[in-house]
Design a protein around this ligand. Sequence first.
Ligand code: HEC
Ligand code: HEC
Ligand code: HEC
Ligand code: HEC
Ligand code: HEC
Length: 184
Amino acid sequence: MTTVKKNISVFLIVTMVSLLLGCSHKTLSVFFDGVPMDNDSTKMLVKKVEKKPDSIIVKELAENTDVSEHSSHPPFASKKCRTCHDPERKGIMIESQPALCYQCHDVIKEKFEHGPVVSGNCTQCHSPHSSDNPKLLLRVGQALCLNCHESDRLSTIPEHENTDQSPCTSCHNPHGGNKRYFLN
Ligand code: HEC
Ligand code: HEC
Ligand code: HEC
Ligand code: HEC
Ligand code: HEC
């Protein structure tokens, strides 16, 4: 990445976060203090972290975490591990989901809400760190949904005829929606 592109992405992220947060200084400073996103490769970043571990979780990450490069979560890529983990307590979460995620993301509020969204199981679908798939998704296409829903049962629904290849999200919104079954 060129320096210009890097600066633009840092700017965009900061802008988006300030919009999301209504410019709360406390959380914004998370992105300003400490380490800038001076490396777009998470792998390189982990190498650097390895050299200078600043907490138990950073060390653990270097040893255990599978690092992929397609989509990387900004607070992870910029080493803001503490926005989610408490290093003083062996890296456990500072809060449970969905509150953990709603520190920075708009609360998902829909007339009909999807079960795992209501129960705060965001990481059943998204990696909190990075993923080979877009939008930090753990799986793509039908596999994302069929991890929990049984395809045998679904195929008995007439509306599902001839949907063998279509991603479920071509008809259903994954978070919820105004219509029953979160139909688009
Ligand atoms: C946006 C919140 C968030 C940020 C930022 C974050 N993590 Fe995590 N991390 C999580 C969650 C949530 C889990 C549990 C994963 C799950 O639910 O399966 C986790 C799990 C882990 C684990 C356990 C092994 C694994 O990969 O599942 C390690 C190690 C870890 N994180 C290290 C880090 C380090 C090091 C950083 C900073 C470079 C970091 N995390 C940044 C949310 C975060
Ligand atoms: C410290 C702030 C922060 C926290 C906490 C946080 N995020 Fe994010 N997240 C961001 C920023 C910044 C972006 C990039 C801008 C955007 O898309 O909103 C982002 C983007 C995303 C994206 C879109 C990625 C893409 O490639 O477009 C997903 C999905 C996501 N976050 C899920 C989560 C989940 C799930 C949690 C809780 C485990 C979480 N986030 C917690 C700051 C945060
Ligand atoms: C059933 C799987 C699933 C669950 C559970 C889920 N998401 Fe998502 N999420 C998705 C999919 C699929 C997309 C991509 C939508 C697209 O590209 O149109 C997405 C997109 C996103 C994005 C990117 C912006 C957007 O809206 O497109 C954010 C941020 C996000 N999810 C946050 C969350 C948070 C926070 C939670 C928990 C409260 C959560 N998600 C739970 C499947 C899920
Ligand atoms: C982590 C498990 C999980 C994943 C992954 C998941 N779901 Fe769900 N889904 C549930 C739960 C739990 C419910 C609520 C219980 C129920 O109504 O069956 C639900 C309910 C639904 C409903 C409403 C059913 C009703 O009768 O009101 C639809 C539609 C749906 N899911 C579609 C999807 C689609 C599309 C995807 C993929 C984008 C998906 N689900 C991924 C767990 C999951
Ligand atoms: C062509 C559009 C379309 C596609 C693609 C599609 N669905 Fe649906 N789905 C529907 C419609 C329409 C309904 C509502 C049926 C009704 O009104 O009874 C529905 C209903 C559902 C329900 C609720 C059924 C029940 O009885 O509880 C679930 C769960 C569901 N779909 C999951 C999925 C999953 C998972 C996939 C991907 C494997 C998928 N759908 C793909 C259109 C679609």
